[in-house]
Design a binder for this molecule. Structure first.
Ligand code: FRU
Length: 325
């Protein structure tokens, strides 16, 4: 391949929310150090058909590599198989398909996340109580894997009962709705495990609206550092715990570049992460603050470099014209 080959990368996001925004932002910033990369983003807004169309569009445009987070496991496979069959490398991130047709996967281990949260519930409830799980979109791989891990962990606590595993769709509204309808039927709930923070917070809001002031433990997953994100929710004790669901756009980009430049890479890449509790949430928020300062500086420097280049090009044209005229 020529040294300065220009690459086009298509990013197909299943949803639009703060977690995806963070990832897209990290991907864009990572492309600063790869000036010959052009990233195109598409978001399917939780719609399988739209995601299939958007992936097919990327294929027809002739992208050099596809990065996709498939909405559900079975529904998007046909489009991904088509890209793979055409020789377009495919990176799956965060969510998986049911097919072996992908070049690499990168994301957290959702089974481990479910397991860690289940163990946390067991210890917090001192081995006894009723637990409600609100899952993410039914056939999305993180929902399936978090559920499996959660159940496996609860199996070691015979006096903890999973009184329901209700299907949400990752949105706060689904958490609210499901909690509201359950509380109208029974009130003996000690803990709600929302498979993400938004659903856990939605459930908490629904309980409060019904004037339900029993001491329920709410736990979630994602631990985002934004003002309405899980890290703040845990620091302010609205949630008892969360789990940082890493975005790591920098590593996704590095994997993409290794594939494109034919450097060695691993097929399955599991990102390390950790549980957040009120004990470590403040320390984590301080670190995020520091990272955000560095990020802002990087963006500022990048803007300046662009400006200098624009000025330089302008002067070159001017010089050229003054010589010609
Ligand atoms: C963001 C999100 C997260 C969740 C993940 C699972 O779109 O819904 O809240 O952890 O997707 O894929």
């Amino acid at each position: 391949t020529p040294k300065n080959k220009h690459y086009v990368i298509g990013v197909s996001q299943c949803s639009e929310d703060i977690w995806r925004d963070k990832l897209n932002d990290e991907l864009s910033i990572s492309s600063f150090s790869n000036e010959n990369v052009d990233i195109r983003f598409a978001s399917a807004d939780d719609n399988d058909q739209r995601q299939i169309e958007q992936i097919n569009h990327f294929i027809d445009e002739g992208v050099d590599l596809l990065i996709a987070s498939p909405n559900q496991m079975h529904t998007i496979s046909s489009a991904i198989d088509r890209a793979y069959a055409k020789g377009i490398p495919v990176i799956l991130f965060d969510r998986k398909t049911d097919s072996r047709n992908y070049t690499a996967f990168i994301g957290a281990d959702n089974y481990v996340i479910g397991k860690v949260m289940g163990e946390y519930v067991g210890v917090s409830l001192k081995g006894k109580g009723n637990v409600l799980e609100i899952t993410g979109l039914e056939s999305s791989s993180p929902a399936v894997e978090r559920h499996r891990g959660f159940c496996d962990a609860l199996n070691s606590f015979p006096s903890i009962k999973l009184i329901g595993s209700l299907h949400g769709d990752w949105t706060k509204e689904s958490g609210s709705y499901l909690m509201d309808s359950l509380l109208k039927k029974r009130k003996d709930i000690d803990c709600v495990f929302g498979q993400n923070d938004r659903m856990a917070m939605g459930a908490r809001m629904a309980a409060r609206k019904l004037g339900f002031d029993k001491n329920i433990i709410y736990i979630g997953v994602d631990g985002l550092p934004t003002s309405d994100g899980g890290l703040h929710n845990v620091a302010s004790h609205e949630l008892s715990a969360s789990y940082i669901y890493p975005t790591r756009g920098d590593l996704v980009m590095q994997l993409a570049m290794n594939i494109l430049k034919k450097k060695p890479f691993k097929k399955d890449n599991y990102l390390k992460s950790t549980i957040v509790t009120p004990e470590n949430a403040h320390a984590m928020l301080m670190q995020v603050d520091e990272i955000n300062h560095q990020r802002a500086r990087l963006i500022e420097l990048h803007g300046k470099v662009d400006q200098y280049f624009a000025q330089y090009n302008h002067q070159q044209i001017y010089l050229f014209l003054s010589v010609v005229i």
